[in-house]
Design a protein around this ligand. Structure first.
Ligand code: GLU
Length: 495
């Protein structure tokens, strides 16, 4: 099995699913999983994309047995490092009468292309150079006439087996004699891929169905070269929720996007495995990577397009966040929270504080990038906005609120810092006893004063996080509970 990406951009879910299905099948069957970089399009391929794609699929949890970084028995694993071998096989095909030099000029081919387009016909090479006697062709080449090399497509239908689609047949009338080596000497994708797959002893070619129409050309090449034709499995297109082809328009689509959003790799792997595959019975949806390797069944992959359901992915992510060790979730959340705090180099104490924030709030998020918003009441303090907010007016204007806030503020003045959560609770109890005010009338104004909002995490969780943050940031960006209340009261009274 192989995953053969072209390093021309980010890895998005379509390609990532191809990589995943190859990997699952290889791991399950005890096969070899090869990473091959198809960088023959030198203008669009970039080394940074190659590095990024390796990092991305590694992040997803896929490992490969052979590849440009690892080597292996069939090097090179980067197409641009290969060259002569493609030319050698092409010359062999000419000698065997299965391919021929084509001397047609660019202008002539262009004219044929335009004619075909005008007649709304597929462009089929008319075979102009097919019948040039071999000796004459040799002479013209030796005389230095520029030529491409074309494969002779047999005059019969081309059939191949596809694990997802069953037997597929293409009439030879829609497949023209294809160029395998351009006049510039550069080998063409459909040919290169066959030489590489054969040399690397690939038994199963699992890839996107955008390559389905290339397959008859490749099968013709295997046959001409006398090489065994591999099994194919063409995976369906992935659609967005609106049933249009999944694209950036639908939001996050690349592995890098999902990673930045705080989607856990095992959640994405689990979700992507369900894009076109379902276990027998079809009910079960949660599969760890190991379970996927056991349960995945390539023969059950459906040819119908798969619709990407973001909500289901987030639901799975929530599940995996809950299952993960708190230290791991904290490590994944830390960069996201640091960005929100505009901090770059955290001390170990700040890291510990962020881990506490994560542990306190992560159970209510779908993805880790929701944490800064959840934690906003701890990370930030905007009393002016809280006092000005329309939804807070009624509560702040109530006489009971003034009483509660004044009483809590007075009691806090007398408290030592840092304030313990239990202590804060005790203060609220005392205020309740002394003023007779309870329930929402007691809690809402206090919550607004501390966080700007009427609802949110419990005081038991908030108070320690605020106190710890105040100590670590020296109250500059994260004030302590007492400072919050005092500042809030000052602004409230001057209005
Ligand atoms: N390099 C091709 C692509 O990225 C893959 C070709 C193949 O899998 O055969 O689409």
């Amino acid at each position: 099995m192989r995953f053969a990406p072209s390093p021309t951009g980010q890895v998005h879910v379509g390609n990532a699913r191809t990589a995943l299905f190859n990997w699952l099948f290889a791991r399950q069957q005890g096969g070899t999983f090869i990473l091959r970089i198809e960088d023959t399009d030198l203008e669009r391929s970039e080394a940074r994309y190659e590095a990024q794609l390796m990092e991305d699929i590694q992040w997803l949890g896929l490992d490969w047995d052979e590849g440009p970084d690892k080597g292996g028995p069939y090097p090179p694993y980067r197409q641009s490092d290969k060259g002569q071998v493609y030319l050698d096989h092409a010359e062999r095909l000419i000698r065997e009468g299965k391919a021929y030099p084509c001397f047609c000029s660019q202008q002539e081919l262009e004219r044929q292309r335009e004619e075909a387009q005008a007649a709304q016909q597929p462009q089929i090479y008319p075979g102009t150079c097919r019948n040039i006697p071999p000796e004459e062709a040799v002479r013209r080449r030796q005389a230095g006439e520029s030529c491409a090399i074309r494969l002779k497509i047999p005059e019969r239908p081309i059939r191949f087996h596809d694990i997802v689609r069953g037997w597929v047949e293409f009439s030879n009338e829609v497949v023209s004699d294809l160029i395998i080596i351009r006049s510039s000497g550069v080998a063409v994708y459909n040919y290169v891929v066959v030489v590489d797959d054969a040399e690397m002893k690939i038994t199963h070619v699992i890839r996107g169905d955008d390559h389905l129409s290339n397959t008859p050309k490749q099968v013709a090449l295997y046959e001409a070269l006398d090489w065994p034709v591999p099994e194919f499995a063409h995976l369906s297109t992935i659609l967005g929720p609106d049933r249009e082809r999944l694209s950036k328009r639908h939001g996050a689509t690349s592995l890098a996007n999902f990673r930045e959003m705080g989607v856990l790799p095992e959640a994405l792997m689990n979700y992507m495995a369900l894009l076109g595959w379902a276990p027998t019975g079809g009910e079960r949806e949660v599969f760890s990577p190991t379970e996927l390797v056991q349960e995945f069944d390539l023969t059950r992959v459906t040819p119908s397009p798969a619709v990407f359901d973001f909500e289901k992915l987030y639901w799975l992510n929530r599940h995996y966040i809950k299952e993960s060790a708190p230290e791991r979730v904290a490590a994944l959340a830390e960069p996201i929270l640091l960005r929100a705090l505009e901090l770059s180099e955290p001390t170990s104490e700040i890291s510990a504080w962020l881990a506490h924030i994560t542990a306190a709030l992560v159970h209510s998020v779908n993805k880790l990038d929701e944490l800064p918003e959840r934690a906003a009441s701890v990370l930030h303090f905007y009393p002016v906005a809280a006092i000005g907010a329309t939804e807070n007016q009624e509560i702040l204007a109530a006489e009971t609120s003034q009483t509660v806030l004044a009483a809590v503020t007075a009691k806090l003045e007398a408290e030592a810092e840092p304030l313990e959560a239990a202590h804060f609770k005790a203060i609220l109890k005392e205020v309740q006893k002394e003023t007779g005010i309870k329930g929402p009338a007691l809690f809402h104004p206090v919550r607004i004063a501390l966080t700007g909002q009427q609802s949110g995490p419990e005081f038991d969780r908030l108070v320690p996080l605020m106190e710890e943050g105040a100590r670590l940031t020296l109250s500059k960006s994260v004030p302590a509970v007492r400072e919050r209340l005092a500042a809030f009261m000052t602004i409230l009274q001057t209005r």
